[in-house]
Design a protein around this ligand. Structure first.
Ligand SMILES: Nc1ncnc2c1ncn2[C@@H]1O[C@H](COP(=O)(O)OP(=O)(O)O)[C@@H](O)[C@H]1O
Ligand SMILES: [Mg+2]
Length: 159
């Protein structure tokens, strides 16, 4: 999975690309319908992720674009105009990255975070290449080091 977050004084944008197999045409044409989901409805009935994201971006004069290739993957890009009064504030990105990279260790993440042209990158293959010991993931001090360095990098590009 690749995630690129590009933010300036005026724009917040992100692009997320996966190789999870994409979507067939019949799914693709319904993804903007509220409550449309292909998830098992007994487990979780939602289907609001894409409609909410699209609305949140569009009310700021921004947009959401999805390109999906069946059998391959999906790329989703979103743009927000930060100066618009209806733009939601940017949340806790370092905390979000921490959750993303520690929730499912089998996912290879390549994250690029850009703020006013300054950037940092997180590549979970590089980050964890010597961490084959699964017990490490249950070690709070190991997790804390990862979490702290994410906040450090996020704070550093804002100085
Ligand atoms: N990256 C993706 N790859 C494949 N299918 C996707 C992807 N994103 C969304 N979809 C499809 O669009 C549907 C609606 O997405 P969404 O609005 O986020 O709701 P939810 O994730 O709760 O199902 C999903 O159930 C899935 O079928
Ligand atoms: Mg979703």
């Amino acid at each position: 999975m690749t995630l690129k977050i590009d933010e300036t004084q005026v724009v917040f944008s992100f692009k997320v690309e996966d190789n999870a197999g994409g979507m067939p045409e019949e799914v693709l044409k319904r993804i903007y319908d509220p409550f449309y989901t292909t998830r098992d409805k007994k487990i979780r009935k939602v289907g609001l992720g894409i409609p909410f994201l699209k609305t949140a971006a569009e009310i700021t004069g921004g947009h959401l674009d999805i390109v999906s290739e069946e059998g391959k993957g999906t790329t989703l890009s979103v743009f927000f105009n930060k100066s618009h009064i209806d733009c939601q504030p940017v949340g806790d990105l370092a905390g979000t990255f921490f959750t993303l990279i520690t929730t499912d260790k089998s996912i290879h993440w390549e994250i690029q975070r850009i703020y006013n042209g300054e950037d940092y990158e997180i590549d979970t293959n590089k980050l964890f290449e010597n961490q084959t010991d699964q017990k490490l993931w249950e070690n709070p001090s190991f997790l804390k080091i990862i979490r702290d360095s994410l906040y450090e990098m996020e704070n550093a590009i804002k100085d």
